[in-house]
Design a protein around this ligand. Structure first.
Ligand SMILES: [Zn+2]
Length: 84
């Protein structure tokens, strides 16, 4: 995992190496998640696995710690991907 700065919004991010071999920019602060196949959130584990889950605040309820994709939270996400 490599630290970086988002070129779009200037936030601290981490680059997580995905199983596909690509790197995914994620928010630098880890979150607790509870795995849930119909969950509304997606996180990336430090091993580069995407998990559908619900993000929880209570560590006792969590299955583990992961990172939110920065694509989902970046205020300048439009500069990364073209929609349409
Ligand atoms: Zn950003």
């Amino acid at each position: 995992m490599k630290n970086g700065i988002c070129k779009g919004c200037g936030a601290s991010i981490v680059w997580i190496g995905m199983q596909s071999g690509k790197s995914m920019p994620c928010d630098a602060s880890p979150v607790y998640y509870k795995e849930h196949k119909n969950g509304k959130d997606k996180i990336v584990t430090p091993n580069g696995i995407v998990i559908t889950c619900d993000i929880v605040t209570n560590p006792n309820e969590a299955d583990g710690v992961g990172y939110k994709s920065h694509f989902a939270t970046c205020t300048k996400a439009g500069s990364f991907r073209k929609k349409g």
